[in-house]
Design a protein around this ligand. Sequence first.
Ligand code: C2E
Ligand code: CA
Ligand code: CA
Ligand code: CA
Length: 275
Amino acid sequence: AKADGRNLFRFFDPQMQKLLGERLALESDLKQALAGRQFEIYLQPQLASDRRVTGAEVLLRWHHPERGLVYPGYFITAAEHTGAIHDIGVWVFEQACLLLTKWAGGAITRALTLAVNVSARQFRQADFVDRVRRLLQQTGANPKLIKLELTESLALDSVDETVAKMLALRELGLAIALDDFGTGQSSLAYLKRLPLNELKIDQSFVRDITTDQNDAVLVQTIIGMAQNLNLEVVAEGVETEQQLDFLVKHGCPAYQGFFFSEPVPVTEFERKFAA
Ligand code: C2E
Ligand code: CA
Ligand code: CA
Ligand code: CA
């Protein structure tokens, strides 16, 4: 009875009440966001070590009618919670496909890749691969120019199912990247089983490479491991010339980060990087 009393007290805690209210408001606003055309994709360039732009990561932005520009850190978890992430994810993937089709039609002269984030909740859906296949057919986008970025949170699922889905996606021509590599709990034995094309070194390791010996060694180890496993590797969160020098010196073939550019609206990306 005592424990119940405490919970009851907590429930009526005004601070808790406020947070709960905000969460419910956010979840209800999210329902309107797609229909209200409040989402926009931004692009952050990805570069080769010679500083050539090879493509971009697609990052979602929400123009909230009252709050203004809202970042995914604020709403992706809520979208996963309500299930809105499924429609949002389809929309993002479709936008990426349409952009590639537009580019292929002559809007730009080079073939740039697009990396699309896929949350584990989305990937877990039984018809995920079918929806991807249908969108590729509908838009005519070249699957060879699309990378799907998945995280280690997939490790909670059956490894056989995960592998089968990844193989089906690769069969369609898409590449698979493992995002935020090194931050999850999964073992190398598990990761070795996944049919990956690319590892993305998490920005938390890149941040201190020039000052923290442990991070420096860790990043060098990941680069070496990727090379030995025949995986591409991209360093994210590169903010300084020193970090880039370190990465290039240690054989990292690709990177992205504020040092080169923040994520920008599509038209700005085209004007600056895709001419
Ligand atoms: P992420 O996939 O790890 O994306 C990289 C995040 O780091 C982006 O934040 C990007 O703006 C930021 N970033 C890039 N360069 C730098 C840098 O040099 N320094 C620092 N400090 N940060 C940098 P953003 O756009 O706020 O996205 C946050 C997360 O939201 C993403 O992390 C991703 O997990 C998720 N997300 C974004 N778009 C989507 C989407 O369309 N679908 C899903 N499921 N998740 C998304
Ligand atoms: Ca990502
Ligand atoms: Ca990441
Ligand atoms: Ca992240």
